[in-house]
Design a binder for this molecule. Structure first.
Ligand SMILES: Cc1cc2nc3c(=O)[nH]c(=O)nc-3n(C[C@H](O)[C@H](O)[C@H](O)COP(=O)(O)O)c2cc1C
Length: 381
């Protein structure tokens, strides 16, 4: 089991303010209403309320219309003495809003996530998983597609696509085929890794060298050091980091490692949050991969994270910056696939991962660094 950290509890709040990072949506729930029957209705009325979505990704909370009016009467830039809010609105009501994290302790320090575009952060956190299990024992595309059709969906939009505005067609010559074409065509997602065979340390290191190692570094006048890899990266920021869950690599003890892209060195992570038997029996990888057992069996999993604090230092509050981090990881994923294929190894990439769980195991601060995808290598059956 991943061990839980005890939660910090705020005590003795003196000043309160409206917590930022909440997004509200109107909602209504049906309620029994006798007076409605007397009026010839069905005895039901719809009571309006609000759903509050936190950009920290927690499940949405209900907020009464009355409490929305209360929150709306407070100025977001002002600190309110808790005692005056208590006497104005009642202690229980104010405590309820503190418990819901809609009111919080007023401090002058900036929150960790202040460099995020607020809507990007809302999207990001609401797409994150903690303990999802996709029941990966029977991955069958056809079963999935039949499921869609049997659930009342129309047939899928066709594969062949020409936009309406496309004019006459111009035939093109075929590509010239060379070794690079064969490599591209040989690449396939592997879902059958040999659980008895180890990847050599040489192959493992070659992949890290070819995919994640910095190929050059560039110092700028602004004091920001940029770098290149074999894959392109937005602004050369290289915010993507590589952690590795090693399962079967010759000469390496199974466990969690960090790869330093500058020095091409591996660093064992002394995480207090993982149980080594879970690494050995693959259950940690299975949980990381939301139950996708066919991937969990890989010899090594490359956990790609983005250092949001570094990326957003340049792209501060920028709505496009999150997209850059996903594209960066996608490029690294394809390079990893090709590097593995070149060594006759199987490989995969997946975004269907339990973000919270992995971040907890790696002891990351999710406002500053978060998981984007897992990729893996191993020997194909
Ligand atoms: C961003 C991304 C996420 C993916 N996530 C999953 C996944 O969660 N589970 C899975 O079985 N395959 C996943 N795949 C693999 C695709 O299903 C696979 O690439 C596709 O079926 C085409 O097969 P090929 O890679 O052999 O060409 C993912 C691929 C990409 C590029």
């Amino acid at each position: 089991m991943i061990k839980q950290k005890s939660r910090q509890v705020l005590v003795d709040l003196e000043y309160l303010k409206i917590a930022d990072g909440w997004f509200f949506q109107p909602a209504a729930k049906p309620e029994l209403d006798i007076s409605n029957i007397a009026e010839g209705g069905l005895g039901i009325r719809h009571k309006p309320y609000w759903l509050a979505y936190s950009r920290d990704g927690a499940a949405p909370q209900s907020v009464t219309s009355e409490n929305m009016i209360l929150l709306n009467s407070l100025n977001p830039g002002i600190k309110y003495p808790k005692t005056s809010l208590d006497s104005l609105y009642g202690e229980d009501r104010i405590q309820g809003l503190i418990d819901q994290k809609l009111l919080c302790e007023a401090t002058d320090s900036l929150p960790d996530h202040h460099d995020w575009d607020p809507l990007a952060r809302l999207y990001y956190n609401n797409a994150r998983w903690n303990e999802t299990n996709l029941d990966g024992t029977e991955f069958a595309q056809s079963a999935t597609l039949n499921h869609y059709l049997s659930n009342g969906r129309n047939s899928a939009p066709p594969l062949t696509y020409l936009p309406n505005q496309a004019k006459s067609s111009i035939p093109l010559p075929s590509g010239t085929f060379n070794d690079f074409d064969s490599l591209l065509r040989k690449r396939r997602t592997c879902r059958q890794f040999d659980s008895n065979r180890f990847v050599s340390l040489q192959d493992f290191s070659s992949i890290l060298d070819q995919v994640f190692r910095f190929t050059s570094t560039i110092s700028t006048n602004s004091g920001l050091t940029l770098a290149t890899r074999t894959s392109p990266a937005g602004g050369s920021i290289q915010a993507t980091q590589c952690y590795i869950l090693v399962q079967r690599v010759n000469g390496l003890a199974p466990g969690l490692y960090f790869y330093c892209s500058e020095s091409h060195t591996l660093h064992l992570i002394g995480s207090n949050h993982i149980d080594s038997s879970e690494v050995q029996n693959l259950s940690l990888a299975t949980r990381f991969l939301a139950g996708q057992e066919y991937f969990a069996n890989a010899a090594a999993h490359f956990i790609m994270t983005t250092r949001f604090d570094r990326l957003f230092w340049k792209y501060r509050g920028h709505a496009k910056a999150l997209k850059v981090s996903y594209l960066d990881a996608g490029h690294l994923g394809q390079t990893l696939h090709l590097a593995a294929t070149n060594l006759n190894l199987g490989s995969y990439i997946s975004a269907a991962v339990n973000d919270h769980l992995i971040e907890q195991a790696l002891e990351l601060n999710p406002a500053k660094e978060g998981v984007v995808a897992l990729a893996g290598i191993g020997i194909r059956i």
